[in-house]
Design a protein around this ligand. Structure first.
Ligand SMILES: Nc1ncnc2c1ncn2[C@@H]1O[C@H](COP(=O)(O)OP(=O)(O)OP(=O)(O)O)[C@@H](O)[C@H]1O
Length: 263
């Protein structure tokens, strides 16, 4: 894949360099020879239809799932050779984050800071700030088991930001999040990138990716079928959504059935 994918990507020590990544589950090749490069100050959107391999790719990128082949470097640090060093540099919002349900939101953030070796006072003051900006301060003493889907997303994002990472890897960060909270999260992420951080996010909302991201990678059937600056990937199409459908192929077969639905 060319350095066109993301600015300043050619030095090999950029925020994220994925090379030849592969993962199969039985006979299903979920991720097939994926190369991706994300440069400094870049906002990268990973898009693709259901089952394309986005979550599998991101899980391998952050050291949660071991690849069959290939490598992932975070600022030059190999995720599988030096996992602790690499993980200190990244903030992760995994897909379907499983969190200790019997903790309150505040406890989750503070304990997470302590586990990361943070001073308790620092962890507590960052927890207060993060809970406030995420609009979760009123729910800080509510058990996570009682959080809504959107609240879980936001507490997960707060957790990802806690240790001031340099790269954020976020699987569907806006899913189930209300528009006001989404605007707040967008502001936080834009500030993070403007300050020199890099963000990789997956999303199904093309308008959002087009609005926020400077670079995009399109996955289909385990492969990257297009990657580069958003305008380049859009090509001659009017919007990213049209380009996406053209790249991955629309699917309307069978829709003319279901006559019973209209009866
Ligand atoms: N643990 C697993 N065991 C078996 N198959 C899996 C596993 N995880 C993923 N897969 C398969 O790998 C493929 C890619 O899945 P993945 O979750 O990465 O896709 P995705 O692009 O994130 O999809 P979505 O947009 O629906 O979240 C799918 O065919 C899925 O069924």
């Amino acid at each position: 894949m060319s350095d066109e994918q993301s600015p300043a990507a050619g030095d090999g020590a950029g925020p994220l360099v994925i090379s030849g990544l592969r993962k199969a589950f039985g006979t299903k090749v979920a991720v097939d020879s994926v190369d991706l490069t994300v440069g400094r100050g870049s906002f990268f959107g990973l898009v693709g239809p259901n089952g394309a391999g986005k979550t599998t790719t991101l899980s391998m990128a952050v050291g949660l799932l071991r690849p069959d082949a290939g490598s992932v470097r975070i600022f030059g640090v190999d995720v599988w050779r030096e996992p602790a060093k690499a993980k200190a540099l990244i903030g992760v919002l995994p897909d379907g984050l499983s969190v200790p349900e019997r903790l309150t939101g505040r406890e989750l953030i503070v304990y997470s800071g302590l586990i990361r070796g943070m001073d308790r006072k620092v962890a507590e003051s960052r927890a207060d700030e993060l809970l406030y900006v995420m609009g979760l301060h009123e729910a800080e003493r509510t058990l996570i088991i009682d959080y809504s889907a959107g609240m879980r997303k936001k507490i997960g994002l707060a957790n990802a930001l806690l240790h001031a990472p340099k790269l954020l890897i976020l699987d569907e960060p806006f899913e189930a999040v209300d528009p006001v909270s989404a605007a707040t999260i967008r502001t936080i992420l834009n500030r993070f990138v403007a300050a020199g951080g890099a963000v990789v996010l997956s999303s199904h909302v093309m308008a959002l990716v087009e609005l926020m991201c400077d670079h995009v990678g399109v996955m289909s059937d385990g492969k990257i079928v297009a990657a580069g600056p958003v305008d380049q990937v859009k090509g001659g199409e009017q919007g990213l959504e049209q380009a996406f459908v053209a790249l991955v192929g629309g699917r309307n077969e069978g829709v003319e059935g279901l006559e019973w639905l209209a009866s």
